[in-house]
Design a protein around this ligand. Structure first.
Ligand code: F6R
Length: 373
C-alpha cells in the first residue's frame, strides 16, 4: 500500500505532481487562460464585488492561507486578512456582508476552523472552502467549495494536501483577478501556462539527485534550526520549520528574512543551521530584487559563523558563493515558486527524521484531524 516507498509521507511527497495536476484539471483553459470554478452558490457578480477577503485556517493550512494572501492581493488587488481558526472568535472580528471568508482545511473537520466559519456566517459573510474531502463538515456548510484533488493523505504531516492548497489558492486568485478585470488576457495566458508547467517541474525537483542523505549527516544532530524567507517565501519558511518540528522533534523557527537583524541573529553560531529560501523568477524585476536582499541575509548569517542550506533557482548561481549547500528548483513565476520550493523542505525534514529514527508517519502527540477546540 506504500507503493514501494518506505513511508506514506515519502509516497505522498512523490505524489505531488499528480495532486497538483488533478487540482488544476478542468479549471484552467490552456489556450485562453480563463479560470472556471466549480458550481457554487456564490455568483460571478458577487466575486467581482467583494471588498475584502479573509482566510481562516490552522497549522499547515494556515501557512497556505498566508501564501494565498500574496496571490490574491497581487492578482486581484483585494485586501486579504489571514486568521488562525483558533483565534478568530476571540476578538469579536469585524466581518461584513461584503467580505468573502475562505476556510482552508485539508480534512474539512477541524473544529477551530469550523467554529470560525460559523462565526463568519453568523455575521453575514459568504464562505468558500478549500477542502480535500468532499462532503466534509466545512465544505457542507460553505456556499461553495474548491476541492483539492490531493487524494487521501495518510502521513500525519501534511505534504501533498499543502501543495494542492497552494494550487487551489492560485486558481482562486486568478479567478478573482479575472472577475474583477485586473488581469489582461495576455497575463492570464502567461500565468495559466506557467501553472500548467508546475507538475512537470515538480517531477524534475523530485527526480533531481539532491544528496539529502549526505546533507543530513551534518544536520541531523542539531537541536535548533532557523528557516528564513521573504515575501511569499516567508510562509514557506514557516511550513518548513513546522515539518521539521512535527516529524523530527527538533526545535525550528521560521522567520521573515529581514527580521533576523532585529533580534534572532543573536542566536546564530556554527551549531544553528539556517535554511534559506533564495528562489526567484529571473524574468521579474521585483522578484530578483527580493532575492538579492535574501542573498545579503545569507551573507549576514555566514559572517556570524552560521551554516546555510539554501533552496535556490537553477541558473541563478550567485548563491553558491555564500551558502554551504544549495538545493535547486526550476524557475517559475514568483507566486508559483512556493509549490516547488516547499518540496526540498519536506524532503529535508523527512531525511532528518529518518536519520534520527523517528516514526515519520505517526509522530508523537499528533492526530490527523483535530476535532476539538
Ligand atoms: C501539519 C498539519 C496540521 C493541519 C491542521 C489543520 O502537517 O497537517 O497543521 O494542517 O491541523 O488541519 P486541516 O487542514 O485538516 O484543517
Amino acid at each position: 500500500e506504500k507503493g514501494g516507498y518506505k513511508h506514506f509521507m515519502l509516497k505522498e511527497i512523490y505524489e505531488q505532481p499528480r495532486a497538483v495536476r488533478d487540482t488544476i484539471l478542468g479549471r484552467v483553459g490552456q489556450e485562453s487562460g480563463r479560470v472556471f470554478l466549480d458550481e457554487m452558490q456564490i455568483q460571478p457578480k458577487e466575486f467581482a464585488e467583494f471588498q475584502n477577503v479573509r482566510i481562516v485556517a490552522c497549522g499547515t493550512s494556515w501557512h497556505a492561507a498566508l501564501a494565498g494572501k500574496f496571490m490574491i492581493e497581487r492578482l486581484a488587488r483585494i485586501p486579504v486578512e489571514v486568521d488562525y481558526g483558533s483565534e478568530f472568535r476571540y476578538r469579536d472580528p469585524i466581518v461584513n456582508p461584503n467580505s468573502l471568508t475562505v476556510l482552508i482545511s485539508q480534512s474539512g473537520e477541524t473544529a477551530d476552523t469550523l467554529a470560525a466559519q460559523r462565526e463568519a456566517k453568523s455575521k453575514g459573510s459568504r464562505t468558500l472552502s478549500i477542502c480535500n474531502v468532499m462532503g466534509s463538515m466545512i465544505s457542507r456548510e460553505a456556499a461553495g467549495t474548491l476541492l483539492t484533488h490531493a487524494g487521501p493523505e495518510i502521513g500525519v504531516a501534511s505534504t501533498k494536501a499543502f501543495t494542492a492548497q497552494l494550487t487551489a489558492l492560485f486558481i482562486l486568485a486568478m479567478y478573482l483577478g479575472q472577475a474583477r478585470g485586473r488581469q489582461t488576457p495576455e497575463q492570464s495566458q502567461d500565468l495559466a501556462q506557467e501553472l500548467l508547467r508546475i507538475p512537470a517541474k515538480l517531477e524534475h525537483v523530485l527526480s533531481a539527485d539532491a544528496h539529502y542523505e549526505d546533507l543530513v549527516k551534518w544536520l541531523f544532530k542539531a537541536t535548533d534550526f532557523l528557516y528564513l524567507g521573504r515575501g511569499i517565501h516567508y510562509p514557506i519558511a514557516l511550513e518548513g520549520a513546522l515539518k521539521l518540528k512535527e516529524i523530527s522533534y527538533i526545535h525550528a523557527e521560521g522567520y521573515p528574512a529581514g527580521e533576523m537583524k532585529h533580534g534572532p541573529n543573536a542566536l546564530i553560531d556554527e551549531s544553528l543551521p539556517t535554511v534559506v529560501l533564495a528562489t526567484a523568477d529571473p524574468e521579474d524585476e521585483a522578484s530578483v530584487l527580493r532575492y538579492e536582499k535574501t542573498l545579503s541575509n545569507i551573507q549576514e548569517v555566514k559572517a556570524r559563523g552560521g551554516k546555510v542550506v539554501a533552496v535556490a533557482t537553477e541558473g541563478m548561481t550567485d548563491v553558491t558563493r555564500s551558502a554551504d549547500h544549495v538545493i535547486w528548483v526550476p524557475p517559475t513565476r514568483e507566486l508559483l515558486l512556493p509549490i516547488l520550493e516547499v518540496v526540498p523542505l519536506q524532503l529535508l525534514a523527512y531525511h532528518i527524521a529518518v536519520r534520527r529514527g523517528c516514526d515519520v508517519d505517526q509522530p508523537r502527540n499528533l492526530a490527523k484531524s483535530v476535532t476539538v477546540e
